[in-house]
Design a protein around this ligand. Structure first.
Ligand SMILES: [Fe+2]
Length: 210
């Protein structure tokens, strides 16, 4: 996948996450916010055919070596596309899915229990100052860690493999939860797709074992 980047449709209906995340928020978040990142990323690359064959991951990995005038637009808008696609794909119309036995075992090992993880994750998501994300990720030693990122920064420069992400920009919850981020996080836990998270986890651990 490379330039021109396209707005990937949601993998479920706009109202599929009701009543936890409302339809109007999903429309605005996907059709306007994500679309703006896609459009601005394409605009940044428009006059640079040499980077139009690069994947989004490659662009973000090498962002510091890009020409000065597109470095920041690619970092912010490319990050916006990458993070939002991960976030939207990481939720499900199914309710209260569960991690695979393998992922659950490692969550128990690294955080004590799934409940303990949820508490720590909620604290991290609440603690993001301003706009950003909270992630569950695998580090280079194969340990699960919780990480906060600001704005549209990604985990790519940190060399962490993403398993789960929550977007805590106000646009993700303001219409429904106003400024109460804690309520949004509690709601999000009902629609997070642990089956997909387990696939992410197993993909990364398989790479590490290879
Ligand atoms: Fe967002």
């Amino acid at each position: 996948v490379h330039y021109p980047f396209v707005l990937t449709p949601l993998p479920y209906d706009y109202n599929a996450l009701e009543p936890f995340i409302d339809e109007k928020t999903m429309h605005l978040h996907h059709d306007r916010h994500l679309k703006t990142y896609v459009d601005n990323l394409n605009a940044a690359l428009k006059n640079y055919p040499e980077f139009q064959t690069w994947s989004l991951e490659r662009l973000l990995k090498n962002v510091n070596w890009l020409p000065e005038d597109i470095k920041t637009p690619v970092k912010n808008n490319g990050g916006g596309v990458y993070n939002h696609e991960f976030y939207f794909n990481n939720m499900s119309a199914e309710r209260d899915t569960q991690p695979s036995p393998e992922l659950l075992e490692q969550i128990d090992r690294d955080f004590g229990s799934l409940d303990e993880f949820k508490q720590q994750f909620k604290k991290a998501a609440l603690g993001v100052f301003g706009s950003g994300y909270a992630w569950l990720a695998l580090d280079k030693n194969g340990k699960l860690v919780i990480k906060q990122t600001a704005n549209q920064d990604t985990l790519i420069p940190l060399e962490l493999c993403p398993v789960v992400v929550i977007d805590v920009w106000e646009h993700a919850y303001y219409l429904k939860n106003y400024n109460v981020r804690a309520d949004y996080i509690d709601n999000w836990f009902h629609v997070v797709d642990w089956q997909k998270a387990s696939v992410n986890y197993e993909k990364h651990t398989a790479i590490e074992k290879a």
